[in-house]
Design a protein around this ligand. Structure first.
Ligand code: FES
Length: 255
């Protein structure tokens, strides 16, 4: 037991130096194992190099700009650019608003307007009017006893197939009321033309019988053309009160 105690008491100081010896070299990698800014892979590599004794890779951190020194220079540059731009704009504005430029601009604008007005004055005014002579189809298109309003809107005429003084004929009446020039309406049920303005009424023949109209409607020229078509000539007018309805050019006999 005494020997055993002696061994236990003596073994302890002997083992202590042996354990303390490897502790010294492990202190160096402990400080190198925590570099700031290393990735996990670099940290592992640094630890291994510390264990093997090879030097750890040197970490180079990116240098940061010094804000206190660059900001004033940039601000000064921006201020100089703004001042330069302002001076250029002021120069342009002064040039454009100078009296000479304004006077020349006004002169050119006035001259251009005058030239355009003169050119427009020299051009003729073209009025598109319907022709005064036109064809309205064969006599068979107009049945006996009928009033055709087919050409009222386009040529301002009515075409009537009627019996006048015992003679069946076709004639064309103007749609202009002889009172003040309104356009009467053909009323089929009442077999008359009725003016909406002041109430004048006209028979199918065109003769006035009521209202303020002072005279019958006017006929326009009508003839049978060589091709068998009825041809109207609005440049010729025939007035009953002047005895012109007997003129052969005021109607076309049929039947
Ligand atoms: S215009 Fe036709 S009645 Fe007066």
């Amino acid at each position: 037991m005494a020997a055993i105690r002696a061994n236990k008491a003596g073994a302890a100081p002997a083992a202590a130096p042996a354990a303390a010896a490897p502790a010294a070299p492990k202190a160096a990698p402990t400080a190198a194992a925590k570099p700031v800014g290393l990735s996990p892979a670099e940290m592992i590599k640094a630890a291994r190099s510390a264990e093997t004794g090879t030097p750890a890779p040197k970490v180079v951190l990116p240098s940061k700009p010094l804000p206190g020194k660059t900001a004033p220079a940039a601000a000064a540059t921006a201020k100089a650019t703004a001042v330069e731009r302002r001076s250029v704009l002021a120069s342009i504005a002064a040039t454009l608003l100078s009296p000479v430029v304004i006077a020349w601009t006004s002169f050119v604008a006035t001259a251009t307007a005058s030239t355009l007005a003169l050119a427009r004055f020299m051009m003729p005014n073209v009025l598109v009017e319907p022709p005064t002579r036109f064809k309205i189809g064969p006599p068979s298109d107009y049945a006996p006893g009928t009033v055709s309003t087919k050409w009222q809107a386009q040529f301002n005429i009515w075409v009537v197939n009627n019996e006048v003084d015992g003679v069946r004929c076709i004639y064309a009446l103007s749609t202009v009321c002889t009172h003040l020039g309104c356009t009467p309406n053909w009323l089929e049920g009442e077999q008359k033309f009725k003016c909406p303005c002041h109430g004048s009424g006209f028979y199918k023949t065109g003769i006035n019988f009521e209202g303020p109209a002072p005279r019958p409607l006017e006929r326009v020229g009508l003839r049978l053309a060589e091709d068998g078509m009825l041809e109207v000539d609005k440049s010729i007018k025939f007035q009953r009160e002047l005895g012109q309805w007997t003129n052969a050019s005021s109607f076309v006999g049929v039947g």
